[in-house]
Design a protein around this ligand. Structure first.
Ligand code: HEC
Ligand code: HEC
Ligand code: HEC
Ligand code: HEC
Length: 499
C-alpha cells in the first residue's frame, strides 16, 4: 500500500516536472521569437506594418485603434460632429476653419484619413494650393520624422499642406515614439525639444516615467505657427508657447506680448486665440500627474496574453478598459470610478456651456456696437476681454480629457473666463447705451449647425463640392505616388528578410 502511494506520488511529481520543463522551453522559444528581429528596421522606416513584423503583440494591439464602437459621456472613439452637438461653436469660431467642420478626435489610425476629409483642409487642386500650411501634417504621421531627416525641419514646415500630400501617408505610429534600434522611447518632434529649451530645461534629462507622458506631449499640446522667427521669416514654424510657463495666464501673456492672433473673428472683429489641445499642460496640474502617474499608465496599460506581459498599444478612452487602466491602482468598483469621471465631466460641462452662452452674446453685441459706429478705441478693451475669455473657454474645452485629468484647474480656468466675459458685456452695455441702443441686442436663431453656419455666412455646399473634387482627383494621385515610393523600399526590406 505504502509503495503504491509512493509510486503514484512519484508519477505525479515527474509529470509536474515535465510540465514545468515544457513550459520553460515554450517561454524561452517565445522570448526568442520576440527578441530575434525578423526585419532590420531602418532609421527612417515610417511603415508601421514593417515594425509590426518584429513586435507583433504591440502591433496587433496598435491596429485596434481602428475600432470606433466605444462612446462615453464625453469621449470615446466614435465619430462625433461637435458643431451638430453644439451649434454655438459655429459662432465662436466664425471666420476660422473650425466653424466649417469639427469632429471629435478618434483613434490614431484615422489621423491621415480625417485630415484628408475635413473641410478645414479645403480642396487643393495641386501643389501650392489650399488654405493650410504643410505644418499641419506635423502631428499626423511617422512620415514626419522621416521627412524632417531627409529634407530638414524648415523645409518640412515650408509651403502648403498639399505640397506634402504624397509624402505623409502612414498614420501615427511606431517611429513617432520609438528609436528603431533600441526601441527606447524617443522625442521625434523638434517643437517639444525647443519648448523645453525655451523654458531652460533639457528634455534629455527627463526620467523614464516622464517619457511615458512626453511622447504624447509631442502632439497633445497647445501650439501655434510663428512666421516671424529670426532667420526663418515666412515659414510657419511650429512653436509651443511655454516660455513663461504652461498655465492659461502664462501662455496668454506670451501671445499678448507678441500681439499674436490665430484669426480675426468674423462677427466681433476680435483678434482671437485658438487653443489647440493643451492636454499635456492641463494634465500636469492634476493629482495623477502630481503622484507620478503617466499618460501611458492609463491610456497604454500593461496587458497579458499567453503568459506575456506587454504594453497595450490600443490607445483609447481608459473607460473602455478600466480593469487594466484604473483598477491596478484603485480598489473601487469600475462603476464607481466611472461615476467619478462622469461627475467631474458633467460639472465642468455645466459651467463651460454657461461661458459659451456669454461668449456668443458678447460677439454679437460687439457687432451691434460696430454697426452703430463704435470706434476702434472704444472697442479695444472689450475685444481684449472677449479674446481672453474665449481663450480660457477653449483652453478648458479643447484640452481633451482635462475635466477628468485636472478638474480643479479646469474649473478655475472656466471661472476666470466667466468673469472676463461678463466684464466684456458690462462694457458693451455701457457703450451701446452711449450709442443710443438701450435694450437687449437681438440674438439670431442658431439652434442647428446649418442655421448657425448660415448666420455667419458660410457657403458649406461650395466647400463640400471642392472637397469631393479633391478626393476624386488629387488624393488618388498622392496615394498612388506614395505606393510607388514605398514599393521601392519593400524590395529592400524583403532582401533583408532573405539574408
Ligand atoms: C489617471 C488616468 C489618466 C491619465 C494619467 C491620463 N488620462 Fe487621458 N483620460 C483619462 C480618462 C478617464 C479620460 C476620459 C475618457 C472618456 O471620457 O471617455 C481621458 C481622456 C483623454 C482624452 C480624450 C479621449 C476621448 O476618448 O475623447 C485624451 C486625448 C487624453 N485623455 C490624453 C491624455 C494624455 C495626452 C495624457 C498625458 C498627458 C493623459 N491623457 C493622462 C485618464 C487618464
Ligand atoms: C504624432 C502625434 C500624436 C502622438 C505622439 C500622440 N497622439 Fe494621440 N492623437 C493624435 C491625433 C492627431 C488624434 C486624433 C486622430 C483623429 O481623430 O483622426 C489623437 C487621438 C487620441 C485619442 C482619442 C482616441 C479615441 O479613440 O478616443 C487619445 C485617447 C489619444 N490620442 C491619446 C494619446 C496618448 C495617451 C499618447 C501618448 C502615449 C498619444 N495620444 C500620442 C496625435 C498624437
Ligand atoms: C504614442 C507613442 C507610441 C507609439 C505610436 C508606439 N509606441 Fe510602443 N511604446 C510606447 C510606450 C509609452 C511604451 C512603454 C515603454 C516603457 O515604459 O518603457 C511602449 C513600449 C513598446 C515596446 C516594449 C515592450 C512593451 O510592450 O512594453 C515595444 C516592443 C513597442 N512599444 C513597439 C511598438 C510598435 C511596434 C509600434 C508601432 C506599431 C509602437 N510601439 C508604437 C509608446 C508608443
Ligand atoms: C498608477 C496608479 C493610478 C492609476 C493607473 C489611476 N490612478 Fe487614480 N489616483 C491615483 C493616485 C495616487 C491618486 C491620488 C489620491 C490618493 O493618493 O489616494 C488618484 C486619484 C484619483 C481620483 C480622485 C482625484 C480627483 O480627481 O478628485 C479619482 C477619481 C481617480 N484617481 C480615478 C481614476 C481612474 C478613473 C483611473 C483610470 C482611468 C485612475 N484613477 C487610474 C493613482 C492611480
Amino acid at each position: 500500500m505504502k509503495n503504491k502511494v509512493l509510486f503514484i506520488v512519484t508519477i505525479i511529481v515527474v509529470f509536474l516536472l515535465g510540465l514545468l520543463a515544457s513550459s520553460i522551453i515554450n517561454r524561452k522559444s517565445e522570448a526568442k521569437y520576440k527578441y530575434v528581429p525578423k526585419v532590420d528596421i531602418s532609421e527612417n522606416e515610417a511603415r508601421n506594418v514593417v515594425w509590426g513584423e518584429n513586435y507583433q503583440k504591440e502591433y496587433q494591439s496598435f491596429l485596434q485603434t481602428v475600432d470606433t464602437s466605444f462612446s462615453s459621456f464625453q469621449g470615446g472613439s466614435a465619430m462625433r460632429d461637435m458643431l451638430e452637438e453644439d451649434p454655438r461653436l459655429v459662432v465662436l469660431f466664425a471666420g476660422y476653419g473650425f466653424s466649417k467642420d469639427y469632429n471629435q478626435g478618434r483613434g490614431h489610425s484615422y489621423a491621415i484619413e480625417d485630415i484628408h476629409n475635413t473641410l478645414r483642409t479645403g480642396g487643393p487642386k495641386g501643389a501650392g494650393d489650399g488654405p493650410m500650411p504643410a505644418t499641419c501634417w506635423t502631428c499626423k504621421s511617422p512620415d514626419v520624422p522621416r521627412l524632417m531627416n531627409e529634407i530638414g525641419i524648415e523645409e518640412f514646415y515650408k509651403g502648403k499642406w498639399a505640397d506634402k500630400g504624397a509624402e505623409v501617408v502612414n498614420s501615427i505610429g511606431c517611429a513617432d515614439c520609438h528609436d528603431p534600434k533600441s526601441m527606447k522611447l524617443r522625442i521625434t518632434r523638434p517643437a517639444l525639444v525647443e519648448a523645453f529649451d525655451a523654458m531652460g530645461k533639457d528634455i534629455n534629462n527627463a526620467t523614464h516615467q516622464e517619457m511615458r507622458s512626453l511622447v504624447c506631449a509631442q502632439c497633445h499640446v497647445e501650439y501655434y505657427f510663428n512666421k516671424n522667427l529670426p532667420g526663418k521669416e515666412g515659414i510657419p514654424y511650429l512653436v509651443f508657447p511655454w516660455k513663461n510657463g504652461m498655465a492659461v495666464e502664462d501662455m496668454e501673456k506670451y501671445y499678448d506680448d507678441l500681439e499674436f492672433k490665430d484669426w480675426t473673428h468674423k462677427i466681433s472683429k476680435t483678434p482671437m486665440l485658438k487653443a489647440q489641445h493643451p492636454g499635456y499642460e492641463t494634465y500636469i496640474t492634476g493629482v495623477h500627474a502630481d503622484r507620478g502617474v503617466s499618460c501611458a499608465d492609463c491610456h497604454m496599460p500593461y496587458k497579458s496574453e499567453g503568459g506575456q506581459k506587454f504594453t497595450d498599444h490600443h490607445i483609447q478612452s481608459p473607460l473602455n478598459n478600466m480593469a487594466n487602466a484604473c483598477q491596478v491602482c484603485h480598489r473601487e468598483e469600475g462603476n464607481k470610478l466611472m461615476a467619478n469621471v462622469f461627475e467631474r465631466q458633467r460639472k465642468s460641462t455645466e459651467n463651460r456651456l454657461k461661458l459659451e452662452d456669454l461668449l456668443v452674446k458678447a460677439h454679437i453685441e460687439a457687432k451691434k456696437a460696430w454697426d452703430l459706429g463704435a470706434t476702434e478705441e472704444q472697442m479695444a478693451a472689450i475685444l481684449t476681454d472677449i479674446r481672453h475669455a474665449q481663450w480660457r473657454w477653449d483652453y478648458a474645452a479643447a484640452s481633451h480629457g482635462a475635466s477628468f485629468h485636472s478638474p480643479v484647474e479646469t474649473a478655475r480656468v472656466i471661472g476666470g473666463g466667466l468673469m472676463i466675459a461678463q466684464e466684456a458685456r458690462v462694457k458693451l452695455v455701457r457703450l451701446l447705451a452711449g450709442l443710443g441702443h438701450n435694450e437687449p441686442v437681438a440674438m439670431p436663431d442658431i439652434s442647428s449647425k446649418e442655421k448657425a453656419q448660415a448666420y455667419i455666412g458660410l457657403d458649406i455646399e461650395k466647400l463640400e463640392v471642392e472637397k469631393e473634387e479633391f478626393k476624386k482627383t488629387l488624393l488618388p494621385k498622392w496615394l498612388k505616388e506614395a505606393k510607388a515610393r514605398e514599393a521601392k523600399l519593400d524590395a529592400n526590406t524583403v532582401s533583408m528578410k532573405e539574408e
